[in-house]
Write a protein that binds this ligand. Structure first.
Ligand SMILES: Nc1nc2c(ncn2[C@@H]2O[C@H](COP(=O)(O)OP(=O)(O)OP(=O)(O)O)[C@@H](O)[C@H]2O)c(=O)[nH]1
Ligand SMILES: [Mg+2]
Length: 299
């Protein structure tokens, strides 16, 4: 029997929160697999985006941003990002060019160096930065010997993303594919729809509230007329209920409409969406929820 010519790699996408990791994963996959928002700490658990090209499959692992954790959920999010680095074949560090290398990025780089992890750097958001500032940042990055390759990209407008993708494909390891062909993500659709609603909550609600809530899909059925999706927006306090509902229900209506439209766009079928607000003071201490997300409760 001829040896298989298949190639496969897990690529962990790591970086500070808000660097543009999820935007980049979506751009590389060519489809929205991970939610994005202008606020920090949007991604809460590992999301795998898949690229299938020729003989090669790449599983891009979008991870929660690295930040100084306080709550149990925060700790689990940050721990999950580091676990993905250990479990992957390649590591892609995403930096925000506008922010540069602050103490936060330095800590991440130092930890990678300490663990002897070689990494590829994607300097993102170059569309927002003047060439002089870029030159200074690149000079600093060039001194890091663990950085095997550096790409200056814009995940938002796609600049240089094709070059980065080609590099990742070229450097994939030999091996059988881990996921079926034709999939863009391994996230079940019911969880994906919960993420879409969470994205709209991030979009419409101000300040701290998105961090106090989670979304769970409690019904996901496919019928002749399309999908019926029922979801609970779970909050920690009764006082948050009226904020999410809004005056005469206008806020939840807006959120529901935006989420429904996005589900239709991404899943390509009619969707009926029903949203409810539920108060569960202790959802952030619920072990089963952490398991659903693949997060370590005791991190
Ligand atoms: N101008 C510009 N904005 C970008 C670019 N890439 C991402 N963004 C914006 O940066 C913000 C954060 O993007 P995300 O993709 O959610 O960042 P993330 O690193 O996944 O963030 P967390 O999941 O919270 O860690 C969003 O408002 C994006 O639109 C880029 O290349 N240029
Ligand atoms: Mg993200």
């Amino acid at each position: 029997m001829l040896p298989s010519s298949k190639r496969f790699s897990f690529v962990a996408i790591l970086g500070a929160t808000n660097a543009g990791k999820s935007t980049l994963v979506n751009r590389l996959v060519g489809q929205k697999v991970s939610i994005v928002s202008p606020k920090v700490q949007t991604t809460r658990s590992r999301i795998r985006g898949l690229i299938n090209e020729g003989d090669t499959q790449l599983a891009l692992v979008d991870t929660p941003g690295i930040f100084a954790p306080h709550r149990r959920l925060d700790r689990a999010m940050v721990a999950s990002a580091w676990t993905e680095v250990d479990d992957s074949d390649k590591c892609l560090l995403v930096l925000d060019a506008k922010k540069g290398i602050t103490e936060e990025e330095e800590k991440i780089i130092q930890k990678l160096q300490k663990n002897k992890v070689k990494f590829i750097v994607a300097v993102n958001k170059t569309d927002m930065v003047k060439p002089e500032k870029m030159a200074v940042l690149l000079a600093k990055l060039n001194e890091i010997k663990e950085a095997e390759s550096i790409f200056c990209i814009s995940a938002l407008n796609g600049e240089n993303v094709k070059e980065l993708k080609d590099y990742l494909i070229k450097s994939a390891s030999k091996g059988e594919w881990m996921f079926p062909d034709g999939l863009a993500s391994d996230l079940p659709e019911s969880l994906y729809c919960a993420e879409i609603t969470r994205e709209k909550l991030f979009m419409y609600l101000r300040q701290e509230l998105p961090y106090q809530l989670t979304v769970e899909t409690v019904r996901f059925t496919r019928g002749k007329s399309g999908l019926t999706v029922e979801q609970n927006i779970v909050v920690t306090k009764q006082a948050y209920r009226p904020i999410i509902l809004g005056n005469k229900g206008t806020m939840i209506k807006k959120i529901g409409e935006a989420a429904r439209k996005e589900m239709i766009k991404q899943l390509g079928c009619p969707v009926r969406l029903f949203l409810f607000v539920q108060v569960k003071e202790n959802w952030t201490e619920d072990k089963a929820r952490f398991q659903t997300w693949g997060l370590d409760f005791n991190a």
